[in-house]
Design a protein around this ligand. Structure first.
Ligand code: APR
Length: 234
């Protein structure tokens, strides 16, 4: 049981594992998205320059899978926690699906972008809602400026979003909880080391993450099974 006092400020980092029970494959586990593809082939600015058609095929497939997915009890437990903690909870996700929002979480920081948004790869037009699949024979969508429309996703080699806001929340938190993330991708994998000593550090997932050394408490199991009864906020 994770006890949260009236003065605790909680930082939660979620990864692909929290959406696994909703049917969205993780990246590195069995059947993971990256296991049969090289990341650089589909999720990098270089891939986009080389073959935008193949990149849109990949993200169109991910949009289709995510469209059929529903939040699981893990997402719902975090939405309830936000209702009780309000602005004492900071929810940062590496996931690009919208299952936290579908479960009722209101303040969600998507540091790796959002699958159901697109943006222009040339002008500074704001990202816009877009759940379309762009597969042949549909052409690559174009912006009125002539640029190509791309997924609003942070690709490898690009800078994640909202890092200033995230840093402030990390330095402010008294409880840091990572859920369903392998601890292999930076900068998210280093968040726990940044807060260690100043905050309780807790991991929730079925197997040891790569940065397991930095966690003081670990709850081994599936997010959808553990999270509903894990929090006790006084
Ligand atoms: N509940 C909780 N955790 C789970 C579950 C589950 N039901 N099933 C699997 N996991 C855990 C795995 O043990 C693993 O540690 O989820 C983690 C998934 O790890 P990854 O597939 O590496 O996903 P993630 O850590 O989110 O990847 C980080 O890498 O590919 C990039 O941008 C992509 O945001 C992603 C980033």
């Amino acid at each position: 049981m994770i006890r949260i006092s009236p003065t605790d400020r909680v930082f939660i980092l979620t990864g692909a594992g929290i959406s696994a029970e909703s049917g969205i494959p993780t990246f590195r586990g069995v059947g993971g998205l990256w296991r049969n593809r090289r990341v650089e082939e589909v999720a990098s600015a270089e891939a986009w320059q080389r073959d935008p058609r193949m990149v849109w095929d990949f993200y169109s497939m991910r949009r289709r899978v995510a469209t059929t997915a529903k939040p699981n009890p893990g997402h719902e437990a975090l939405a309830r926690l936000e209702q009780s903690l309000q602005d004492r909870l900071f929810l940062c996700t590496q996931n690009v699906d919208d299952l936290h929002e579908q479960a009722g979480s209101v303040r969600v920081v998507h540091m790796h972008g959002e699958l159901f948004k697109s943006r222009c790869d040339r002008c500074d037009r704001a990202p816009f809602d877009d759940s379309a699949a762009y597969e042949p024979p549909r052409p690559i969508p174009r912006c009125h400026c002539g640029g190509k429309i791309r997924p609003h996703i942070c690709w490898f080699g690009e800078i994640p979003y909202d890092l200033d806001k995230i840093a402030t929340a990390l330095d402010d938190c008294t409880v840091f909880i990572a859920i369903g993330t392998s601890g292999l991708v930076q900068p998210a994998a280093s968040f726990v080391a940044r807060v260690r000593g100043a905050a309780r550090t807790i991991y929730v997932g079925p197997e040891e993450p790569a940065n397991t050394f930095a966690f003081t408490d670990c709850y081994w199991g599936k997010a959808g099974e553990l999270l509903p009864n894990l929090f006790h906020s006084a």
